[in-house]
Design a protein around this ligand. Structure first.
Ligand code: 2HA
Ligand code: ZN
Length: 286
């Protein structure tokens, strides 16, 4: 089958375009990866390059040995993905140790997979295990309002989860497990990948302070929808912070407990603490 006609490739390209249109992918910002099913690999195997040299991943993911991933290319612009997917994307294969990859399709004008490959693969490894092999997508975007919030709020999972849940009623239904926060770290390496993947044991979304978000999911719609929901909630909170020193009304811990019951979701009580203060100054010193 022609690779560009495969459903998982078309979905990937659509998602990249939607992210670009949201304004989350300035220049070469952001990256996306999809873990192929064995059936998908079979369906396109005639169209893969046969040779490519093995390159170090700079991380070890033995549970992903032999798997194939569709990923964005390093330095490539999301806005160009729909225009020229064969030049901006690639399919990589991992070796039998899970420490090396080789390119089997794409990047026709040269290049390598995303600079965030260690984080993508470490996240895929964790998610493959904790989701029972259902999660296949890892998405990184530079969402404006989440980045802004990371300059204002304490960089704690409890604070971001609670404030984002409060800012839009459906948030606790969309991410009942909460959201993790990594402090500012140098991007592109193994260390930030390891810190992110530790949080991916619990969460489907992890904020990179002053940088963006990583989301994980089982479908393109679900993963994009998670990113979109988090960023919209952050936008609402930024509007509140811009015009007031406090919230006059909000959703209370008991409201959340009622919502959880009626929607059949489990909310971690860790995020339903009693807030110590009313103004943003009392709460967060801002
Ligand atoms: O430039 O977003 O984190 C791609 C990135 C690196
Ligand atoms: Zn980035």
């Amino acid at each position: 089958m022609k690779i560009l006609e495969a459903k998982f490739v078309r979905g990937f390209i659509n998602m990249a375009q939607e992210g670009y249109e949201e304004g989350w992918h300035e220049r070469n910002g952001g990256n996306l990866s999809y873990r192929l099913t064995p059936h998908e690999v079979d369906s396109i195997s005639d169209r893969l390059f046969q040779h490519g040299e093995w390159t170090d991943i700079n991380a070890s993911v033995p549970t992903l040995a032999g798997e194939y991933f569709l990923v964005t290319g390093s330095g490539k612009y999301f806005r160009n993905i729909p225009v020229d997917p064969e030049e901006t994307l690639c399919i990589i294969e991992l070796d039998e140790t899970g420490t090396k990859y080789r390119i089997r399709w794409g990047l026709v004008e040269g290049g390598r997979p995303t600079s965030e490959l260690p984080t993508h693969l470490l996240n895929h490894a964790i998610k493959k295990r904790v989701s029972n092999n259902t999660h296949r997508i890892i998405y990184h975007a530079h969402c404006t309002n989440i980045i802004a919030l990371s300059f204002l709020l304490p960089l704690k999972d409890e604070v971001f989860t609670r404030e984002l849940w409060e800012s839009m009623t459906e948030c606790p239904v969309v991410f009942p497990e909460g959201i993790g926060v990594v402090p500012w770290m140098v991007p592109g390496g193994r260390e930030i990948g390891i810190e992110t993947s530790k949080l991916m044991e619990t969460y489907n979304a992890v904020i990179w302070s002053h940088h963006g978000i990583f989301c994980s999911g089982d479908t393109y719609d679900g993963t994009f929808g998670l990113m979109h929901t988090i960023e919209k909630s952050a936008e609402i909170l930024m509007k509140i912070l811009a015009v007031s020193d406090r919230k006059l009304n909000t959703i209370t811990p008991d409201d959340f407990r009622q919502l959880a019951k009626d929607f059949g979701v489990t909310l971690n009580e860790r995020f339903l603490y009693e807030k110590k203060g009313t103004t943003f100054k009392e709460l967060y010193g801002i």
